[in-house]
Design a protein around this ligand. Sequence first.
Ligand code: NCD
Length: 316
Amino acid sequence: MSLKILQTQSDFKNASLVSIDQLNLKSLETILNRAKEIKQNPSKFRDVLKDKILFSVFLANSTRTRLSTEAAWLKLGGSLTSVVGDQDTSIKKGETIDHTLQMYAGYQPDVIAIRTKQEKIPFFASQIFSDISWVNCGDGNNEHPTQALLDIFTIQENFANIEKIKVGFVGDIKHGRTIKSLARLLKLFNTEMYFFAPESLHSKQELEQLGIKYNQKQIQDLPLEVKNLDLIYATRPQLERMSIEDKEKYQKGVYQITEKILKDSKALIMHPLPIDSSNLPEVDPNLETDPRILYFKQAANALWTRMAIFSLLQGI
Ligand code: NCD
């Protein structure tokens, strides 16, 4: 089993994007330049996917990723059909995911964008049904490559030198596929990274195995350390993916980024969203209008980044 490295435009043509392992600095340049080009002049790409079909298969909860994925495809002129949740699928009749995916692939869409509860499904699908272009939109606790790309696009819009910034990841590192995926891209730039989490939500071993220097911090250290950070990337506790043991250990409401914490800080704030307002929200709602908050701009960048990814995978 092997993964294709995507660097130049011709590498992307008809390929799958299922893992951060496929990306290096050259790949980022190709994708981010395209995203910038589309953002500046979206009408130039209006009809490039005419007669192309996307299957948008979201077998786990999603709002932003699914809608921006579908909007990106439609804005490029393609057509699509969606599977939203596994409730209405034959998985609920006992069909295996392998059979389900074999069916989807058999109907010959041009791209299948897929989110799954289980890890590695998009990777295996891309290996087994390799005539289809698969895009991983989040597989369990594992990876979220398209989110990491839109995150990097947003960082690049706000910082001239990604190499020189200090990034603090805050929240649920252990179950946060967005954090793990973005940290792997930032590693390509040798960006300095710090990891602030409640004890049970750290993931030192896993990130070190991925080659990331894990500067571990206590969540209580954030107010003291925030003045050294240029960027905070916060996440919610991902309760739906925690083991019973982790859920028991996790104390609700132990972290929140507030105006007080940010008082003497220049740090910009990103978040993949959603913010969990059913508990203590990870970012104080009073901060929402603060110019340091980037997450709505970040979410909007999903459109340009996913348009870039789709156009490249379709050989445009
Ligand atoms: C994230 C995800 O699904 O991993 N959100 C997203 O894709 N925009 C983060 C989350 O659900 O907390």
